[in-house]
Every structure is written in C-alpha cells, then in structure tokens.
Design a protein around this ligand. Structure first.
Ligand code: FE2
Length: 417
C-alpha cells in the first residue's frame, strides 16, 4: 500500500484524520497544489491496487461546530480488500460518519457484509421484529429484504417492487404520532421536528449494533424544512427534506462539567424489558430528546413475556475502540433506572428523565448537529456506539422515500469508560 499526498488545507478547520499515523499529511507537502472549493477541507489519495481511495471532510454549513464526518470516494464496496476495510474502519472511528456516494448498484448482500465486517461475530438484525407473535411498534414500517433479512427497507409512500418485495407501503415517522404537542397542519409543510434522538438498539437481549449502514435509493427533493426545537430555547435548524440528523456522543461527554463527567463515568442505565413496547404510549417532548412522565409506560404484567436475565444494564459512557475517547451514549426514552456508583438506584422516571435530559440537551443545539442532505446512491456508515441520530421531516404520501438500512446486534456489550 502506498499513499499519494495531495492534501489540501483551505482554512483553519482541519479534519481529525490527521491523527491517523499512516496517512498523516503536512502543509509542506502541498504548497504548490491548486486551491479547492470551499467545502474541501482536506483531501488525500490512498493508492491501492488499480483504484485510488479519496477521503475528504463532509461539507458543513456556515456556523457549524460539527467536528465529525468524512466522505470516501473511489472504493469498490462490493470487493473490499482487508487493507481498504482497515482504513475505512479507522476513518469511521475517528469521523463517526462516513458517506460513500453513487452506491446505487451496491447489493444488499454487500451492504450486509460491510456492516458485518465491523463485528464478524454478529449476524442477527439489531432488533427483534416480532415479539410474542406480534410485529413491534418500532419496526412496523421496516420490511426485511427477502434474500438478506438483516437488511431492512424503510421510507415513505408506495413502492411497487424492490428487492423481492412487492406493493410496499412505507410510512415516514411523523412527529404527530410521537410528540405530545405538535406543529399545526397548516404549518407542517414549512416546519418540522426531530422525531426521536436515539441509538439503533433493541436494548433488551440484543447488544447495541456497532455500526449502521443506511443507503438512499429514492430521495424526495425540491424543498427544505425548518426544524423547530420548541423547547423554550428558540433554536431552529434549516435542513433538507427528510434529512437524518446526527450528533456526537463524544461532544456530548466533553461538554459536561467535571462533576457530571465523573457522574456519567461511574453510573449505568438499566433499560426496560422490551423498552420500545414499554414506552410505546408515552409522548415525547418537542425536541425529540425526552419523554413526558405521565404514567403511560406499561407495567411489567402488561409487557410481552420477558426474561430478567436479558434486561440490559449498560454504562452511560462508551469507549471508542480506536481513539479510546469517551462518548455519552444513553437511549433516553428506554431508560427505566439509573444505577449509581455507591450501589443505589434511581427509579423515579421523572427524575431519571430530568437527569438524562440535562446531560444530553446542550449537545443537540443546532451548531452541533450534522443534518445529512441525502442524494440517491448515498451510503452512510455511522458509528452507532458514538453518535445519537434522529429521523427528521414531514412527508406527504406522494413524496417517495426508499432507504435500505442494516445493523447487527453486537456480539459483545459496548466498552465502558
Ligand atoms: Fe435509527
């Protein structure tokens, strides 16, 4: 493997991939290169076989403080060498989100294999679609690809045929079905909400998937929407229609006071059994980050059958396997208890949600949010152990969105601090 240096640095923002020893570039290497467009922060070529893998920082909007995200071009995801995969993995764990453009031709099998390569011991889709013989609320809108069931089809509108599925009716989540107080119908063309900030995870029996891959097959275009936080902050975010929004768990951790960092490093969260069923009737606050505590959670006797040994108690803070940095990773709507260092337990839901919200809220302010502007053929790979993300947008039935998602329940729990 050899590296061809063509690094170009256009402004003071330097991509974190500098920390990769094998591809570390210096200014002195490129003083006579042409200036790139403003969105190119860094670019280098990694020469392998007959192809050249290129990596650049994702374009950020003016005022953004987002410190993650890369785009990789010129790599054949159907036929990745071990060296190429190793480099992609390294970039993923430094950048948390990696975009591959023009992947329309990528097979579901290759998407699954790329996802599995991050965790070879994993094979089961990240959620159980069926509990006690019934489709779970969370996955009613997901359809498994017939020949590759770990890959799921989701989106919006009617699709005649795709990947062995026929007459698929898809429904983009609408905040009206989850938030307690909603945007009025006459305003929902222009305005929208973050639907629910989350980690992709069943949080019962199955460990949170290490990575998720998300492929845009069809993307509705033509308008943008303004995300309203409606949480008293007055904050808003301009975003492309039906974007997916991401924030960094490491940023969330780094923004905490030293006392709160100590608290989260020494505390764990216990998730409810079948947590997405448990909290299915609870309504969300308007920024999609917390639930109201109004007694709508199901009692244990009303839940599907469960095994106490499969309840998950996970650290609040997870360690990046490559950088060793810490990320605050709490799937807030599913938390049932907090376990403290001294062995005591907080089980008052309202108090739990106050605590978690206070810890998480600063890091979802607009300047920390990366809202991906989807193009057809985009394959987004993200670090599910280092990010929170959310569905965004309000779509009409004729705004067709067709996506393919894959994540695999991890073969081991996330590493604590
Ligand atoms: Fe998700």
């Amino acid at each position: 493997m050899s590296y061809e240096k063509t690094d170009i640095e256009t402004d003071h923002r330097a991509i974190d991939i500098r920390t990769h020893k094998s591809i570390c570039l210096t200014r002195s290497a490129q003083t006579n290169l042409p200036l790139p467009g403003a969105h190119f922060i860094n670019l280098f070529k990694l020469t392998m076989r007959a192809t050249t893998m290129t990596i650049r920082a994702l374009e950020k909007v003016p005022g953004s403080a987002v410190d993650f995200g890369a785009q990789i071009d010129n790599v054949d995801l159907e036929d990745l060498t071990n060296d190429e995969f190793s480099k992609i993995r390294d970039i993923l764990y430094h950048q948390h989100i990696v975009v591959f453009k023009n992947q329309q031709g990528l097979s579901s099998k290759a998407q699954y294999e790329l996802t599995k390569r991050f965790d070879p011991g994993a094979d089961h889709y990240g959620h159980d679609n069926i509990i006690d013989g019934e489709s779970t609320k969370l996955h009613g809108n997901f359809k498994p690809v017939v020949h590759q069931p770990q890959v799921q089809v989701k989106g919006n509108g009617f699709v005649e045929s795709y990947e062995g599925l026929h007459n698929i009716q898809l429904l983009h989540p609408h905040h009206r079905n989850f938030h307690r107080d909603c945007i009025s119908e006459d305003k929902e063309h222009e305005f929208t909400r973050f639907y629910r900030w989350h980690i992709d995870a069943a949080l019962y029996d199955l460990y949170p998937p290490k990575v998720t891959t998300l492929m845009a097959v069809r993307v509705p275009k033509g308008r943008r929407q303004i995300v309203l936080y409606d949480d008293g902050s007055g904050e808003t975010l301009d975003a492309s229609l039906a974007t997916t929004a991401f924030v960094s768990g490491n940023r969330m951790f780094e923004m905490l006071s030293p006392e709160d960092q100590q608290f989260v490093k020494t505390s764990s969260v216990e998730y409810a059994p079948h947590p997405h069923v448990w909290r299915g009737k609870a309504r969300s606050f308007s920024n999609g980050l917390r639930l109201y505590s109004e007694g709508h959670e199901l009692s244990e006797s009303d839940l599907p059958s469960f095994d106490r040994a499969k309840i998950q108690i996970l650290p609040m803070v997870w360690k990046n396997p490559v950088t060793r940095k810490l990320a605050l990773q709490i799937h807030a709507p599913a938390v049932r208890r907090i376990h403290l260092q001294d062995g005591s337990v907080i089980d008052d839901l309202s108090r739990i949600r106050d605590i978690v919200y206070r810890l998480q809220r600063p890091a979802i302010s607009p300047q920390y949010v990366y809202a991906h502007d989807w193009s057809e053929g985009d394959l987004v790979l993200f670090n599910n152990h280092g990010m929170l993300h959310t569905v965004v947008g309000t779509l009409q039935p004729d705004e067709i969105r067709l996506f393919r998602q894959c994540n695999l329940a991890a073969s081991e729990p996330p590493e604590g601090p």
